[in-house]
Design a protein around this ligand. Structure first.
Ligand SMILES: [Fe+2]
Ligand SMILES: [Fe+2]
Length: 361
């Protein structure tokens, strides 16, 4: 077993990360304007939504969904402090700058539409402010590591799932409160950008030092949504609400794999990471635990992991880069070798358990 690797980036990484943050700062996209939202508060009235909810979803559920969005978003400073701490400890001014100048001010605006929607449902401002203060005052225990590779990986997952949450709300609100739906979609678009930015930051770190992929996998493995920690009474119901609103879990799984394939940078490294994850989650190949099969794969090296990477992409319906016809380590003509690869790929794809890669969504 290889020794655990500490966080390390070669000096060439810093200018790349600084340039990425420069370009983000130069083009941060359209932020929400809380003053504008407050002026339009009549249009954020969501009382008409209750009669048009999907079967099985009650108006109490709707309140829970909106509150979870508001309370998770209002705790921005708790998450921001974790990122600032990691940036300082690992001497990463690019991450501190992104956090301070772009991410935190942006996130501070996200709870506003939800507060206004809840006001329209009869909650008093005092009560909502009190609930938010209470969550802001709770001790936030970060689920994952605090070095920059771990933090930006955490960012990818957290932002992606939050993006889905706002998208789900927008969908729910659309028939009865189209302007409120539009506001949720605006928040969703911010989270989409955040996901992309964290993905690009992580991909640069992995490109500069592929050993960082182990930390990416560590983070995927221990990830928990902040809502489940800070607002457990509502966060614990999020899966139930996602099912009731018919969220497309297959799409989430596909996006998840696609994001981390991009982080890995190539199909072979993606395969290596997916195997690592599946092995940690105790997946077996027939009677053999995957951790043992991994020893064999480590001996085969590139071609083995490349195949696993391709098989996982096939499994999730993600187009993979077409591999140029090639001869492998066994002496077969290229067409036969590709036919052999394709059979193995199919066998692996059949055996890959979705949950072993992405965990329980
Ligand atoms: Fe947000
Ligand atoms: Fe965000």
């Amino acid at each position: 077993m290889s020794a655990p690797v500490g966080f390390y980036l070669p000096p060439s990484a810093t200018p790349k990360l600084e340039r990425l943050v420069d370009s983000i700062e130069a083009n941060p996209g359209q932020l929400l304007d809380p003053a504008e939202l407050r002026e339009a508060c009549d249009r954020l009235d969501v009382r008409g939504v209750a009669e048009r909810l999907p079967d099985g979803l009650t108006s109490e559920d709707l309140v829970g969904i909106l509150k979870l969005a508001m309370l998770t978003e209002c705790a921005t400073d708790s998450y921001s402090a974790v990122f600032m701490d990691g940036a300082a400890r690992f001497d990463s001014p690019w991450l501190a700058r992104f956090n301070q100048r772009v991410w935190t001010p942006d996130e501070h605006t996200h709870y506003t539409p939800y507060k206004l929607m809840l006001l329209s449902l009869g909650y008093s401002e005092e009560q909502l402010d009190r609930e938010m203060r209470e969550v802001q005052g709770r001790q936030y225990e970060h689920c994952c590591g605090r070095n920059p590779a771990e933090l930006t990986t955490y960012g990818i997952i957290q932002e992606y799932l939050t993006d889905n949450w706002h998208g789900m709300i927008s969908h729910l609100l659309k028939p009865g409160a189209p302007y409120a739906a539009k506001c949720s979609a605006m928040v969703k678009r911010r989270e989409t950008l955040h996901t992309t930015w964290y993905r690009e930051m992580t991909a640069i770190q992995v490109e500069e030092n592929p050993e960082m992929l182990g930390m990416v996998a560590d983070t995927i493995q221990s990830f928990q949504m902040p809502g489940t920690r800070l607002v457990p009474e509502l966060g614990g119901r999020s899966l139930e609400w996602m099912s009731k609103t018919n969220v497309d879990f297959a799409r989430i799984a596909r996006d998840f794999v696609r994001n981390f394939q991009q982080v890995a940078g190539n199909v072979k490294r993606a395969g290596q990471m997916f195997v690592d994850l599946a092995a940690r989650r105790g997946m077996r190949v027939g009677p053999v635990p995957l951790s043992a099969a991994r020893n064999v794969l480590d001996k085969i090296g590139g071609p083995g992991y490349g195949l696993i990477g391709e098989a996982v992409l096939d499994k999730f319906g993600i187009p993979r880069p077409t591999s140029a016809s090639q001869t492998g380590p066994i002496s077969l003509p290229p067409r036969m070798y590709e036919a052999f690869r394709s059979r193995i790929r199919g066998m692996v794809a059949q055996r890959v358990a979705v949950n072993s890669i992405i965990g329980e969504v």
